[in-house]
Write a protein that binds this ligand. Structure first.
Ligand SMILES: Nc1ncnc2c1ncn2[C@@H]1O[C@H](COP(=O)(O)OP(=O)(O)OP(=O)(O)O)[C@@H](O)[C@H]1O
Length: 194
């Protein structure tokens, strides 16, 4: 918090004072906070203001927020089917500039997919999904696999539709294997998933 602000308070009292100053400078009330879809635009950037922004977005049922080129995903702790529909996947897939749409895990999926398809080095792509236990890492990985399964084929004909279904099933079937790797114990440490 204080490194970000450049403050180096000597005591808790001073720390609280700096925080109060930061919050007084913070523009817009809670009402507009949920509209900030990139945390780098929160000004000033403090732990408090970033959390308040994420909280406001959460209250507005907005669960994805950019932080520069990183995507912050909040666990909604409730089903949000409209956020993961095949129609929405296709919208992100078809968008000329998916990064201009609302922040979403599909943007990340689509960008990596385009990078692979362009065959420009580096062709292989990695997506780092991190967070504490229960944050939604498995959910996010599964979403990405579903996304690739849906967009990787264009079911124009009956035959290609069948191929698409087969690929989708294979990708989804690989999930238990991926999960099993997540459950493993390492020589140096026990996985947090165990
Ligand atoms: N975007 C989401 N929409 C709906 N439910 C979600 C979402 N993200 C996570 N959840 C729910 O939250 C719970 C925890 O998510 P998940 O298992 O993906 O966490 P995790 O980060 O993989 O945890 P761990 O590290 O302990 O394995 C799951 O029951 C999942 O259904």
């Amino acid at each position: 918090l204080f490194q970000v602000n450049g403050h180096n308070p000597g005591s808790d009292g001073q720390a609280r004072e700096y925080l109060r100053e930061d919050l007084q400078e913070f523009p817009g009330g809670e009402v507009l906070l949920y509209k900030l879809d990139d945390l780098t635009r929160v000004n000033p950037v403090t732990l408090e203001t970033v959390l308040r922004c994420l909280q406001a977005r959460y209250m507005a049922d907005t669960f994805y927020t950019n932080a520069g080129c990183t995507l912050v995903a909040l666990n909604p702790f409730k089903p949000v089917p409209q956020l993961y529909s095949p129609e929405l996947m296709r919208e992100y897939h078809a968008a000329p500039q998916p990064q201009k749409l609302k922040p979403h895990v599909f943007t990340v999926g689509e960008q990596t997919y385009r990078n692979v398809k362009s065959l420009i080095e580096p062709v292989n792509q990695s997506i780092v999904v991190s967070g504490e236990s229960g944050a939604g890492k498995s959910w996010t990985s599964c979403c990405l696999m579903k996304f690739y399964a849906v967009v990787a084929t264009s079911p124009a004909s009956w035959e290609s539709h069948k191929i698409a279904e087969r690929i989708e099933q294979r990708i989804l079937n690989s999930n238990p294997v991926m999960e099993a790797f997540g459950e493993c114990d390492f020589l140096s440490k026990v996985s947090s998933d165990s």
